[in-house]
Design a protein around this ligand. Sequence first.
Ligand SMILES: C[S@@+](CC[C@H](N)C(=O)[O-])C[C@H]1O[C@@H](n2cnc3c(N)ncnc32)[C@H](O)[C@@H]1O
Length: 271
Amino acid sequence: MRLDVVTIFPEYLEPLNLSLVGKARARGQLDVRVHDLRKFTHDRHNTVDDTPYGGGPGMVMKPEPWGEALDGIIASGEAGERPTLVVPTPSGRPFTQQLAVELSGKPWLVFTPARYEGIDRRVIEEYGERFDVREVSIGDYVLAGGEAPVLVMVEAVARLLPGVLGNAASHQDDSFAPGRMESLLEGPVYTKPPEWRGRSIPEVLLSGHHGKIARWRRDEAFRRTAANRPDLIEGCDPAALDKHDRRILSELGWRELPDGRFGRQRQAVEE
Ligand SMILES: C[S@@+](CC[C@H](N)C(=O)[O-])C[C@H]1O[C@@H](n2cnc3c(N)ncnc32)[C@H](O)[C@@H]1O
């Protein structure tokens, strides 16, 4: 997979040399190219921002450097190759595991992390007419720039690429993983020693009984999801729930609705 990032802070992307992503780069599984937006300016001060039309506080990123940078990157692709542009912005669609999976299937992603109040809208319109452009938010809060969101998204996408994780199966049991975990958070995990500061591990994990361990893990996933993200339980596809899932949800105080979905008990909703 090829990844291009255009930024005014190329150093911010240095963590992409570390850990899993760094190793994937070294192995040639990821071709990451970071571009300095200021190199596409032509004034003495390498200006990338200007005052907003209509007035108001803050500055807006000028369209010309972005246009020049993106045109150059796009032209550097092999004939017929078309990148997906990922535009980090708090006003975008939420970045989810589902989107990470979708992006991991693309051959080429170009990220445009902004600063100030964001990029002149015409840049998104211009490329949106010719390319797949995704405006994406990593959460309901506002950061000073899009570089940290790019690090977040690249790591989420890169670990899904074939051969990047040591054990390919490990992301299939993750929280939000498409399939049986799609609406669930992973439960607690333990390793050796079996006892630490007087705390032991759940007996079932020592049983060697794969079926019982899998059921315990799934029950714990329901417990944790119900406690931390009840919205996920409410959105859970009834077809993904087996009879044990339904039982644990009832035990946790959830009520099965006529359409097979689960809702919080009336009492809990009113509280
Ligand atoms: C200060 S923010 C601009 C916020 C913008 N005025 C708004 O209210 O939507 C500057 C840049 O940081 C990045 N950014 C900030 N928060 C983000 C988030 N939650 N998700 C993705 N990108 C974000 C985007 O690249 C954004 O253009």
